[in-house]
Design a protein around this ligand. Structure first.
Ligand code: F6P
Length: 363
């Protein structure tokens, strides 16, 4: 009997742990024996392209990849089939819904099911494709931890560890120079990476998208730490925090989200303009947070997600996303998975923890 064909793809920004998910799916499928696994290179683009760019995920291709960052089947955030960039006859860029043709092509190529490993944007695509008749399920990933239907996403713990390591290094240089060090971290509109890093590193000030801050309060906190010009302050700021009500970043054509970045320097200049006397420096961590080896926790979570994802496919339970809830791996409907954005809620125990040890949110 010929084997069934499973298509795997990774979409959106990369994140440590993607390869561990791929490896777990392929290993479980091999053990099951009824499925062959394939990877579409650069999310759906590998299918959309002519000729297609698809690889068979053999044992040798996935061997040992759980320790590697990135994704062996590549990714993109420029391949949304519901709004696909195309050029019209006059050479103008337009966006077309090519989802119907994509689904037909996936079926014509003989694929029985698809696993889409991605963040909220990718899972919104999974949901739409499922509703249009594709046998698809989702696996959540993101360093931002901003998906509401899972307690945590893989990649997040690695990003927090990287940010904390960077923070620790900034503390020694801040202390040596009596400086204020600002560390800008990622997280989009959610402050999870910043909040966790601030507590793990021992920041004096933590500025989040969820809590509007005021420059005077930040300066007062800085001044309390300076006695006769001596002292130092470490600040963690999330890239999505707002300064005077504005987010800092660039709008890029075709991208529905503003590309965040620059709030660290904007804060420095705003503090200096307001008369802050301290010597201020800024470090922007950027994509370092997404690179390199996943920490053990993320490898384990990613592996458990991969195993569950294959189980759903094998049991014909489509339109679902795997998730971790109350220490159990479960599945949830894709429609529920993408319904709410997961911000830091102000009654979260970590907000209270931070306040109790004197971390200021600049309020
Ligand atoms: O969603 C993950 C993330 O790293 C965000 O924290 C960040 O704002 C964004 O992606 C950066 O995207 P890009 O890789 O397109 O610069």
């Amino acid at each position: 009997m010929s084997k069934k064909k499973l298509l795997i793809l990774t979409g959106g920004g990369d994140c440590p742990g993607l390869n561990a998910v791929i490896r777990a799916i392929v290993k479980t499928a091999k053990k099951n024996g009824a499925w062959d696994c394939y990877g579409s290179i650069e999310a759906f683009n590998g299918i959309i392209k002519e000729p297609t760019d698809i690889v068979k995920l053999t044992k040798s291709k996935i061997s040992g990849i759980h320790v590697r960052g990135g994704t062996i089947i590549k990714t993109t955030n420029k391949g949304n089939p519901l709004s696909f960039p195309t050029y019209d006859k006059s050479g103008n860029l337009t966006y077309k819904d090519i989802s119907k043709a994509l689904i037909k092509k996936i079926k014509d190529l003989g694929f029985d099911a698809v696993i889409n490993i991605g963040g909220d944007g990718s899972q919104a695509i999974s949901k739409a494709l499922f509703e249009k008749g594709l046998n698809i399920i989702g696996v959540p990933k993101t360093i931002d931890n901003d998906l509401s239907s899972t307690d945590i996403t893989f990649g997040f713990t690695t990003a927090v560890q990287i940010a904390t390591d960077a923070f620790d290094k900034l503390v020694t240089t801040a202390a040596s120079h009596n400086r204020v060090m600002i560390l800008e971290v990622m997280g989009r509109d959610a402050g999870w990476i910043a909040l966790n890093t601030a507590i793990a590193g021992g920041a004096e000030i933590c500025l989040l998208p969820e809590i509007p801050f005021n420059l005077e309060a930040v300066i007062n906190k800085i001044n309390k730490r300076y006695k006769k010009g001596k002292g130092f302050v470490n600040i963690v700021i999330a890239e999505g925090a707002k300064i005077d009500g504005n987010t800092i970043g660039k709008t890029i054509e075709g991208d529905k989200n503003i590309k965040l970045g620059g709030i660290g320097n904007a804060l420095r200049y705003a503090l200096e303009k307001k008369g802050c006397q301290a010597d201020i420096r800024v470090a922007v961590l950027g994509h370092i947070q997404r690179g390199g080896t996943p920490v053990a926790y993320d490898r384990i979570l990613a592996t458990a997600f991969g195993v569950k994802a294959f189980e759903l496919i094998n049991n014909n339970q489509f339109g679902k996303m795997v998730a971790l809830r109350n220490n159990e791996i479960i599945s949830t409907n894709l429609s529920e998975a993408v319904s709410t954005y997961h911000r830091v809620n102000l009654d979260h125990y970590l907000i209270q923890t931070a306040k109790s040890i004197g971390i200021s949110f600049g309020e």
